[in-house]
Design a protein around this ligand. Structure first.
Ligand code: NCD
Length: 453
C-alpha cells in the first residue's frame, strides 16, 4: 500500500491487474473457511451509506465485515440521513469517516458520486455503484467467478447484453475485460447502446475497435431486431475474435453477461422486446462453453428454467461476493498486504485540470451538476487538444470545448483559431459555448478592448 496515502476503489482502474489476481487468491483463502477470520478486522467499523436500493451489495459487504470480526453502521436510504435535509455528500462522508467508521461503502444515484466521497472522506471509500457510472466490486465478483470457471481471464470472448447504456456493472466489467484482452460483443437493447464515453475509453486506453454487427449472428436470443457491435482487440498482440471466422459471425462464446433494464434511470421508455435468454438459446452450438452471467436482480431477461443449467453462474457471482469483499476490505484497511504494485495512475499525477473556467460536465446525471458547485468545482482530464475533449474527473463523461480562452488576456477564441493555438497549455481555459466564456468574464475583444483578430 502506498505509504501514507489511502487507497479507494471508485473505478475498477483503481486496482492494478496484478492486485486483482492477488485478491482472488486471498478470496479463495477466505472462502475455504468463511468463519475462520474474525480476528482480522476486530475493532474495525464499516459504514454502508446506500442512497439507492440494494440487496446483494450492501448485505454482502456487511456480512463480509462481520465475518472479518468488525462491526458496521448503516444508512440504507437517503431519506433516513441528513441528505434529505440538504446536507452535501461531502459533509456526510467527512462526518461518518471522521471517527464513526474506518471504511465507507457508498451507493448513490448520481454518476461520479463515489469520487466525491473518496475526495472528502479521510478513510478508504468503496464505490458500491454510482449512478450509471461504475460498480467495481461487482466486477471483482464477476471476474473472480469467470476466473474460477474458465481457469483464466485472458482473451475470452464475452457478450454483453441488455441495457448497456445505464448498467454500471457493464461499464466496469468492460474496462476490466479489455485489460485482459477480451473480445467483447455488445448486444444492446436498441436505444440502450454502450455510451460513447465507454467505447471511446475502450478504444483510447485498450485499442479496442468498434465494429457493427447483426443480432442474427447470435441466433435464438429473444428480443428481435437488436443491433450488435463487436469491440475487437485491434493491437497486434491481442487476440482477434474473427480471424478464423466468417466476418461478423460469432463462433464461440465464453460468457454472456445479461443485465436488466435499469428502469429507474430511464425516462419512461418502453422495454418491449428486451432480449431474453431461454433454454433454446443455450442449445445453440456457440453457447456450448458459455457461462451465463447476471449481476442480479433479474427481472425477466433470463428464463427461470435456465437456472438449473450448469452454465448458469449468476447465483455463484452473488455468493462469491462475500469472500471477494472480505479480501478487498482487508486489503484497503491494511490488514493484508499485497506484493503487487498499485496501478501507475495511483503514483503519477493524474493531470487534473481543476480551474477550467465555466466548463460544465455535459452529463446531466453527473454529481457536479447537482451538488453545490461552490464546494465541488468541475475537474477534468484533457484527453485531446484539437478539438479539445475533456473527461470529467468524477463521472468520466467527455465534454467537448469549442472555445479556448487565455487566463492572461481573458480573451477567448474558437479552438481552431491561430490565436487559440498560441495560448500556453497551462494558461488555457475551456468553454463549450461563447455564452459560457462571457459568463466567466472572457471576451472576444480581450481586456484592453482591442478588436479581436
Ligand atoms: C446491480 C447494480 O446495482 O448496479 N446490482 C448489483 O449490485 N448486483 C445491477 C442492477 O441493479 O441491475
Amino acid at each position: 500500500m502506498g505509504e501514507g496515502r489511502k487507497r479507494d476503489l471508485v473505478s475498477i482502474d483503481d486496482l492494478s491487474t496484478e492486485e486483482i489476481m492477488e485478491l482472488f487468491r486471498h478470496a479463495d483463502g477466505f472462502r475455504a473457511d468463511l468463519r475462520a477470520w474474525t480476528h482480522l478486522c476486530q475493532g474495525t467499523i464499516m459504514a454502508t451509506l446506500f442512497f439507492e436500493a440494494s440487496t446483494r451489495t450492501r448485505l454482502s459487504f456487511e456480512s463480509a465485515m462481520l465475518r472479518l470480526g468488525g462491526g458496521k453502521v448503516t444508512a440504507a436510504e437517503a431519506s433516513s440521513t441528513s441528505q434529505s435535509k440538504g446536507e452535501s455528500l461531502a459533509d456526510t462522508v467527512r462526518v461518518v469517516g471522521g471517527g464513526y467508521a474506518d471504511i465507507l461503502v457508498v451507493r448513490h444515484p448520481r454518476d461520479g458520486a463515489a469520487r466525491v466521497a473518496a475526495k472528502f472522506a479521510s478513510v478508504p471509500v468503496i464505490n458500491g455503484g454510482d449512478g450509471a457510472h461504475e460498480h467495481p466490486t461487482q466486477t471483482l465478483c464477476d471476474l473472480y467467478t469467470l476466473w474460477r470457471e474458465k481457469g483464466k481471464l485472458e482473451g475470452l470472448d464475452v457478450v454483453l447484453c441488455g441495457d448497456l447504456r445505464y448498467s454500471r456493472t457493464i461499464h466496469s466489467f468492460a474496462y476490466a475485460l479489455a485489460r485482459f484482452k477480451a473480445n467483447i460483443v455488445t448486444l444492446p437493447y436498441p436505444g440502450f447502446e454502450m455510451p460513447d464515453a465507454v467505447t471511446d475509453r475502450l478504444a483510447r486506453d485498450f485499442g479496442l475497435k468498434v465494429d457493427k454487427a447483426r443480432v442474427t449472428d447470435l441466433p435464438g436470443i429473444a428480443g428481435g431486431d437488436n443491433s450488435a457491435a463487436y469491440l475487437t482487440a485491434s493491437k497486434p498482440h491481442q487476440l482477434a475474435l474473427f480471424t478464423q471466422l466468417t466476418p461478423h459471425q460469432v463462433g464461440h462464446i465464453d460468457a454472456i453477461y445479461m443485465t436488466r433494464a435499469q428502469r429507474e434511470r430511464h425516462a419512461g421508455e418502453s422495454t418491449e422486446g428486451y432480449p431474453r435468454i431461454s433454454r433454446e438459446f443455450l442449445r445453440s452450438d456457440i453457447m456450448k462453453d458459455a457461462r451465463v452471467m447476471h449481476p442480479l436482480p433479474r427481472t425477466d431477461e433470463i428464463d427461470y428454467e435456465v437456472d438449473s443449467d450448469p452454465r448458469s453462474v449468476y447465483f455463484q457471482q452473488a455468493e462469491l461476493g462475500v469472500p471477494m469483499r472480505m479480501a478487498l476490505m482487508a486489503f484497503l484497511l491494511g490488514k493484508i498486504e499485497l506484493s503487487s504494485k498499485p496501478p501507475e495512475s495511483f503514483a503519477t499525477d493524474p493531470g487534473l485540470l481543476g480551474d477550467v473556467a465555466a466548463l460544465n460536465c455535459q452529463n446531466e446525471r453527473c454529481i457536479t451538476r447537482t451538488e453545490q458547485v461552490s464546494y465541488l468545482a468541475p475537474e477534468f482530464r484533457l484527453l485531446r487538444e484539437t478539438p479539445p475533449a475533456l473527461s470529467c474527473a468524477y463521472c468520466s463523461v467527455t465534454t467537448e470545448a469549442a472555445f479556448v480562452g487565455s487566463r492572461g488576456s481573458l480573451r477567448y477564441h474558437r479552438y481552431n483559431a491561430a490565436e487559440a493555438r498560441r495560448i500556453k497549455p497551462a494558461n488555457r481555459a475551456y468553454f463549450a459555448t461563447e455564452e459560457q466564456a462571457q459568463a466567466a468574464g472572457y471576451s472576444a475583444l480581450g481586456r484592453a478592448g482591442r478588436e479581436s483578430s
